[in-house]
Ligand binder design. Structure first.
Ligand code: SAH
Length: 279
């Protein structure tokens, strides 16, 4: 790496670094992630990691895929954790590279606890999570003073692949001004129906951002009532994040990628200088 005005931590043999690679664009990698790629002996990576990021790995590093391959089921979580432990105990510098942030719906906690159980030392390198950075690439801030003082991240996919049990739908519908769903495309119909049944207006704005921060990024702006049908009609594919709430309207002013292609941005996307409550 070019000379930096500060020291990077040593990536010592026998250590595992659990690193987030961000949502897509390789430029969103952190300096620590790049440092780890340049030093690792083995890189155990997930499906959502851009191939160009893997090209940054040290020459001679072994690249190990931990996701689904050729229709085979994905490596089970205990298998992956076991592999990390084995490599570390063999004295390798092990880079566990995950899409987004390892601690946001990324099972980073599970893997790190498996390391703790085996006495393997580790470091966490957070990454930019899709539900924040991916929405940023769509021109949608997750918070904005005029629209929301809180944001709620939700997974649309439970451990068995179903909409998770135990979500308090009325609380989400009424108490969470902005909801950001991960892994929600498959169950969008159920999710939107439950939110509306629990009191969320069907005309609440929704943005579905597919393959955010990649060259294939697609953004569908719709409403809660229409989002499932629209996503199907436009053949929106995962990975995608789904933002629900007033912040979605800010995209009319903040779609900076659209602006590169000539879109004229609206400096007052919420109307009345951003205030919904002034008459
Ligand atoms: N740890 C990751 C999330 C992994 S779960 C993170 O912090 O981003 C996988 C889900 O993440 C996908 O189903 C999708 O909802 C979201 N996701 C990951 N990468 C994405 C991308 N480039 N664009 C849109 N959504 C993405």
């Amino acid at each position: 790496m070019d000379k930096l005005p500060f020291a990077m931590p040593d990536f010592a043999p026998g250590w595992v670094w659990l690193v987030g690679a961000g949502p897509g664009d390789p430029g969103l990698l952190s300096l620590l992630a790049l440092h780890a790629l340049r030093a690792a002996d083995v890189v155990v990576y997930d499906a959502l990691v851009d191939k160009r990021i893997l090209e940054l790995a040290r020459r001679g590093a072994v690249l190990e895929y931990a996701g689904k391959r050729g229709g085979k089921p994905s490596a089970s979580q205990p298998d992956i954790s076991r592999r990390l432990v084995q490599h570390a105990k063999a004295g390798l510098r092990v880079l566990r590279l995950k899409g987004g942030d390892p601690f946001v719906f990324g099972r980073g906690g599970e893997e790190a606890l498996a390391l703790v159980a085996e006495g393997v030392p580790f470091r966490i390198v957070p990454g930019i999570t899709a539900g924040i950075g991916g929405l940023g690439y769509a021109g949608i801030p997750v918070t904005h003073r005029d629209t929301n003082h809180a944001v709620t991240f939700v997974t649309g996919h439970g451990i068995a692949g179903e909409v998770p049990d135990g979500l308090d739908w009325p609380a989400l519908a009424r108490g969470a001004p902005v909801l950001v769903f991960y892994m929600a495309i498959k169950h969008l119909e159920t999710i939107s129906r439950r939110l509306i049944a629990a009191g969320r207006p069907a005309d609440d704005p929704v943005a579905i951002v597919s393959r955010a921060a990649t060259d294939d990024q697609r953004v569908l702006e719709t409403t809660l009532g229409a989002c499932a049908a629209e996503a199907a009609r436009h053949a929106i594919e995962p990975p995608a994040v789904v933002a629900i709430g007033a912040v979605v309207r800010l995209r009319a002013g903040l779609d900076w990628i659209g602006a590169l292609a000539g879109r004229v941005l609206d400096a007052d996307p919420l109307g009345a200088h951003g205030r919904r409550d002034t008459g």
